[in-house]
Design a binder for this molecule. Sequence first.
Ligand code: HPA
Length: 275
Amino acid sequence: MSHFDFSFYKKSADYVKDVIKDEPETALILGSGLGSFADEIENPVSISYSDIPNFLVSTAPSHEGRLIFGKIGNKKVICMSGRFHHYEGYSFKQLSIPIRLFKLLGVKRVILTNAAGGVNESYSPGDIMIIKDHIKLSSFSPLAGENIPEFGDRFFDVSDMYSSALRKTASEISKSCSLNFHEGVYMYFGGPQFETPAEIRMARLLGADAVGMSTVPEALTAAHCKMPVLGFSVITNMAAGVIPNSKITHEEVGEEAGKISEKFSEYIKKVIMSL
Ligand code: HPA
């Protein structure tokens, strides 16, 4: 048995269950600069990542490290404020931990948000992209290694992992939000460097609309255990080379995400309440 066996994940879940004593329906993982949504959760029970056995500790700037359970309206949610990335040194396998924790808590669906660079030239900073599919060129997978049948099958279908039903709801609700929405393809790059202009030209040729360094490992883990995913990219900047002579900075990413975070939080609340 490998180190990451079923009991490894169960140990984290048993601890959290014991603290929250309830069953969340929707889980959220919030990306760069979008952590303010966590403040919207009513009657919050907050757990520090470092208290959860077998959990990870987030090292990225602008990512907090708390798991928060509570309510949005009458809906029970659990939210990770601060996520983990491969560029922090975590393996894809380690990135399966939060999603499998959610699964074992009884979560029915997961909402993943990220900050991303716009590849599609009709996008602008401040726009939101509902993720309809992804491209990952590296062969890394959080499901590599011994399969754990309690979670899912060795080989599994991912053709509707970004659930078309959830996307339809998200798109309906976007009509009453003043932010600008698109539906598009997210392409995964490992980072931590931003992409080269040549990589972005390749991404566009391949059909990508936005690029980023997260979400895909979590979405794949969710697909394996048959949890539908609703993914959103906040376009914080145009990707490398799209605007001649401009440079991408982490500060710009955080600033742009911050500008829309209030409206986006309101929107996410409406989405959760409609589920
Ligand atoms: N590339 C990758 N990740 C990102 C970007 C980008 O341009 N912007 C925000 N996250």
